[in-house]
Design a protein. Structure first.
Length: 190
């Protein structure tokens, strides 16, 4: 499912740039919807700046500073370093079943283990700032004990001005390999 989502994103992208948000059409990908999450990128121009009503934080959503964060071991340029947060807008059924709760409407900074310093925060920030998709396999932290890893593709969606306004995430959940497979005797050829 992750590969299919990446294929869809690539088929809808603009030349060598990201996909326009308005080109996302749920009717074209009904089989993928259970595996998708859509996060809104919440930006604030600077620490003292008032948030823009259309894109700034809403009640209960605190943007966090990412000024000291590095992306790909390189410092993020100051003009590309707004205060960021990410708000869950849509959570597909598969992701919801594997989650510790329904986070629709909440920001990453409000969810335990997903705020600044977490892998999900780092990947979403890098995608939003670099405008490029990333593949990730973070460890699974959730209610199901037989799942050990989440495979995901995190893809930027831009508005008509080229600003990343949403992050589209395709997730699949990988079960722990059976112990018999891990410790199976190796057959020698004779």
């Amino acid at each position: 499912m992750v590969r299919r989502a990446v294929g869809y994103w690539m088929s809808k992208r603009e030349a060598d740039g990201p996909m326009l948000r308005r080109r996302l059409d749920a009717a074209e990908i009904p089989q993928l919807l259970p595996y998708l999450l859509l996060l809104e990128v919440v930006r604030e121009a600077g620490q003292a700046a008032a948030p823009h009503p259309a894109s700034g934080p809403r009640a209960g959503c605190r943007p966090e500073r990412v000024n000291e964060q590095h992306v790909n071991e390189q410092p993020v340029m100051s003009e590309m370093n707004p205060r960021l947060n990410f708000r869950y807008r849509v959570i597909g059924d598969v992701s919801l079943r594997h989650s510790r709760g329904n986070y629709t409407g909440k920001c990453l900074s409000e969810v335990d283990g997903q705020g600044p310093g977490s892998e999900v925060w780092r990947v979403c920030t890098e995608v939003a700032l670099q405008r490029r998709p990333l593949l990730s396999r973070p460890p699974y932290i959730g209610p199901l004990s037989h799942i050990f890893q989440c495979e995901s593709a995190v893809m930027p969606l831009v508005d008509d001005e080229g600003d990343v306004t949403r992050v589209l995430i395709a997730c699949d959940f990988l079960p722990e390999p059976a112990r018999s497979q891990l410790h199976a005797p190796q057959h020698q050829r004779g």
